[in-house]
Design a protein around this ligand. Structure first.
Ligand code: FAD
Length: 227
């Protein structure tokens, strides 16, 4: 990764808004890099402005091609007011604390993506149901077909929004602290790796013992992925 001119066929455009200035050697405009971080992190934060005041809302998201989707209750102020508005979506995964010999050189190993676009509400009930199916199966492959079907009332009570990704960037930091030149300082330095992961499944208390954990969920847990 470096301060290159992004290739138009594989990259998002480098614009005044998205040009990575700070530590640009950690950055990328590659669509594949952006999508990899979006897909690895189910959680995103969506920034928007209502009546001149900024808000940043954490929510789950999913991706279909170049579109990012998110959902919530029709009663959500965020979802009602953001239709047609510019939004900034960020996703970040922390991979480790980086401990250096001086306070200044401490850092974080991370993967993050920042995306820009305009939010739109999905109006059609059929498209909404289809999107909610994608959301469920994206998190838990094959689960939708095993569930009690969603009612029309439930679909109507749910908002789904989407955004075409217009510009997007990635920053990734890996590796040890950048202070090998201070190796004479007698203090521990290195990386404390960290990860968010699925652990042992906890069945609902009233779940009949005859219903075991589906293989697909067991595989997901074993994979170390979040979806
Ligand atoms: C988990 C985590 C912890 C961090 N901790 C710190 C910290 O403590 N202090 C600190 O200064 N920085 C931290 N960063 C980096 C921070 O996100 C910014 O990249 C940095 O502060 C520079 O911001 P800027 O607005 O000056 O960047 P600029 O380079 O001016 O931003 C210009 C454009 O670059 C892109 N961009 C900037 N940052 C990112 C990013 N992180 N991911 C993807 N695209 C990006 C965007 O398109 C943005 O519009 C952290 C990042 C992560 C993911």
């Amino acid at each position: 990764m470096s301060d290159f001119e992004p290739r138009p066929d594989t990259c998002y455009p480098k614009t005044e808004r998205s040009r990575i200035r700070r530590e640009h050697h950690l950055g990328s405009y590659e669509r594949a890099d952006v999508h990899a971080i979006l897909d690895a992190s189910p959680l995103c934060h969506i920034g928007y402005v209502i009546d001149g005041a900024p808000f940043v809302t954490p929510t789950l998201h999913w991706r279909k091609g170049n579109r990012v989707y998110w959902h919530g209750s029709v009663g959500s102020r965020f979802l009602r007011q953001v239709d047609g508005a510019p939004v900034c979506v960020t996703c970040s995964l922390m991979d480790g604390y980086v401990l250096a010999r001086s306070a200044l050189n401490h850092a974080v190993n991370y993967r993050s993506a920042m995306l820009f676009g305009t939010a739109h509400v999905v109006d059609s009930l059929d498209e909404k149901a289809e999107a909610l199916r994608d959301f469920t199966d994206d998190l838990f492959p094959g689960r939708w077909d095993s569930l009690r079907p969603m009612t029309e009332k439930e679909v109507k009570a749910t908002s789904v929004l989407w955004m075409e990704v217009e510009e997007a960037t990635v920053k990734v930091r890996t590796g040890p602290p950048n202070d090998a030149d201070e190796s004479d300082v007698p203090v521990w330095a290195g990386v404390l790796p960290m990860r968010t992961m699925l652990t042992t499944a906890q069945p609902a208390p009233e779940l009949p013992t005859s219903i075991g954990l589906p293989d697909l969920l067991a595989t997901l847990i074993a994979s170390g992925r979040l979806r």
